[in-house]
Ligand binder design. Structure first.
Ligand code: LMR
Length: 398
């Protein structure tokens, strides 16, 4: 009945399948963005375990949640996104619904946009997370790219970025990475974010923040600062946020979709359609992840435990960045890798081309995304020497 070609494997999750099938005991997976501790495990955070313990005795029902999910989650998510003192928190311009992960939030936003403004184009940074294009095109929207990364200098191409944003027409949608740009690890500075906000206000395009790594860059507050600079311009925006990484709740599929409207009336109408998009997608969200986040964020002691653990995770990522930069320098590679230390979050480009990515996998059993992206948060101290040797080896083939 279905005369279709095989679909290609997913560029990120498909790599995990190939990795699992590799019998080499020293293999290293730097593909998918999953945090590992220095023993190579992705542990359940202590705050999460404590919250689950509480839930085990207090949970009374497995009945459906409402369409937007747990009632308390918006009141706990908004201060995290905007800061407790922000006028957006609890404002009648702001609504939040629970979503099954950041991906689920993006898809709901895409469905809403495809219904409300079907001719809008969705603009993605060049480069961006491999799934962005698939998500928005699956809703029927057209995607386009704006300039972002300067591969030569491993930094933001600020001029090209801002010029691209200036040229985007009113009514189109611009996907911005709120922090820890995936895949480059390069974020705009606050001045540049401020300019992004002025351009959005002047041109009338819609900002949609993919905000999946809060706390993995510089700190919870610092990581939201750029996004909030943009929002200070009073523009409407979507924020698709994720609790996968900063709470380590990957397989619970927990995130949120937040909309900030120009006024309360617009927000009310948009929210009614967000609920329709959720209902026709997955009816209402699964409960467990939202219960955990709610338990933690409404309890100051658990919140502190979580923040302390997150700080440890962030510092480990920073030390892996330093280790990689220093390890490659010590091997005399002819590229200056100090950019790895300057970049933030889980990801960076390793400065290798697709042939070198293949060689890294086939010869050294080190798995990176074909674009050359590596998950720095997946490196451990005991793997560092082997990884630097492997990278130095493939770099010789340039
Ligand atoms: C990644 O970019 O590796 C993560 O966001 C996980 C995913 O779903 O792709």
């Amino acid at each position: 009945m279905f005369n279709l070609e095989m679909a290609p494997p997913d560029p990120i999750l498909g790599l995990t399948e190939t990795f699992r099938a590799d019998p080499n005991p020293d293999k290293i997976n730097l593909g998918v963005g999953v945090y590992k501790d220095d023993n190579g495990n992705t542990p359940i955070m202590r705050a999460v375990k404590l919250a689950e313990k509480k839930l085990l005795s207090s949970e009374q029902t497995k009945s459906y949640l409402s369409i937007p999910g747990h009632g308390q989650l918006p009141h706990l998510t908004q201060p995290l996104l905007f800061g407790a003192d922000s006028e957006l928190v609890g404002s009648d311009r702001t609504v939040t619904a629970q979503a099954p992960g950041g991906t689920g939030a993006l898809r709901v936003a895409g469905d809403f946009i495809a219904k409300a403004t079907p001719t809008a184009s969705v603009w993605l940074s060049n480069p961006t997370w491999a799934n962005h294009k698939a998500i928005f095109e699956a809703t029927g929207l057209q995607t386009k790219v704006y300039n972002y990364y300067d591969a030569q200098n491993q930094s933001l191409d600020k001029q090209a970025f801002l010029e691209s944003l200036q040229a985007i027409p009113a009514g189109d949608v611009v996907i911005l990475h709120g922090c820890c740009h995936n895949p480059s690890g390069v974020d705009p500075d606050l001045d540049t974010w401020n300019t992004v906000g002025s351009i959005a206000a002047a041109k009338g395009w819609l900002a949609l923040f993919d905000f999946a790594y809060q706390g993995f860059g510089t700190g919870l507050e610092e990581d939201r600062a750029g996004m909030n600079k943009v929002l200070e311009h009073g523009i409407p925006a979507f924020i698709c946020s994720s609790y996968s990484k900063n709470f380590g709740l990957y397989n619970e599929r927990i995130g949120a979709i937040t909309f900030v409207g120009e006024n309360a009336e617009e927000t009310r109408r948009v929210f009614s359609h967000i609920k329709v998009a959720i209902r026709s997608n997955y009816s209402n969200p699964p409960s467990h992840g939202g219960s955990i986040v709610t338990e933690i964020l409404q309890d100051p002691v658990l919140t502190k435990t979580w923040e302390d653990e997150l700080t440890i995770m962030r510092n480990r990522i920073l030390s892996m960045r330093t280790g990689l930069t220093d390890g490659l320098a010590a091997r005399g590679v002819d590229i200056d890798y100090s950019f790895i230390k300057r970049q933030i979050g889980m990801f960076s480009f390793a400065g290798i081309n697709p042939d070198q990515v293949d060689m890294l996998r086939n010869k050294h059993h080190v798995y990176a995304v074909h674009s050359g992206r590596i998950n720095v948060a997946g490196i451990t101290s005991s793997q560092m020497d082997r990884l630097c040797d492997a990278l130095a080896d493939v770099l010789k083939t340039k």
